[in-house]
Write a protein that binds this ligand. Sequence first.
Ligand code: HEC
Length: 162
Amino acid sequence: MRSRSEPARRSVLFGLAACLVGGACLAASATAPDYPVGYRHWTHVKSGVIGPGSPAHPRFGGLHHIYANPKAMRGYSTGKFAPGSVLVFDVLEAKQGAGSVEGGERRFVDVMTKSRDGWSYTEFNGDSREQRNVTPEAGVSQCQSCHLSPKTQDQVFSRFKE
Ligand code: HEC
């Protein structure tokens, strides 16, 4: 029961926040993006390791994989991501072996979801499909601010290589 009702309740709260902040209620922006069920079956765009030598390590350190749903895959080729595009930045602990690195426990799942109003950013904790470390409201300053970098294409850093 809880898993069904919780996201719905959050959507209502998010919608209310959008009304208060924006001064107008935009129905299309009133939905907090849900957990991207099944993303491990989507296209694997790329992987990377952020190690202890990187300034990004405390926040984003580990072995990460980026996944894109079919709409987002079209965005990688056109440079413009259509509403319905979803991108996932999946961060696992980087387990060091003797000259090797492999994925350990999941640290968090970062999600970018495109709607008609633009991108929403959110972060789910570990393997949880409900517990958010970063709400879509907080994602504006904690995620989007960096993704507005001139290095991105429609706020997306990664590129897909065949
Ligand atoms: C300091 C800058 C920075 C911040 C803050 C940041 N990101 Fe990113 N993000 C990046 C970079 C750089 C990449 C590309 C990594 C790669 O190519 O391996 C990326 C990749 C991604 C991707 C894959 C799509 C893409 O742009 O390549 C998603 C999804 C994502 N981030 C979501 C988030 C979310 C959600 C947050 C906030 C919780 C966040 N990011 C905060 C820099 C940032």
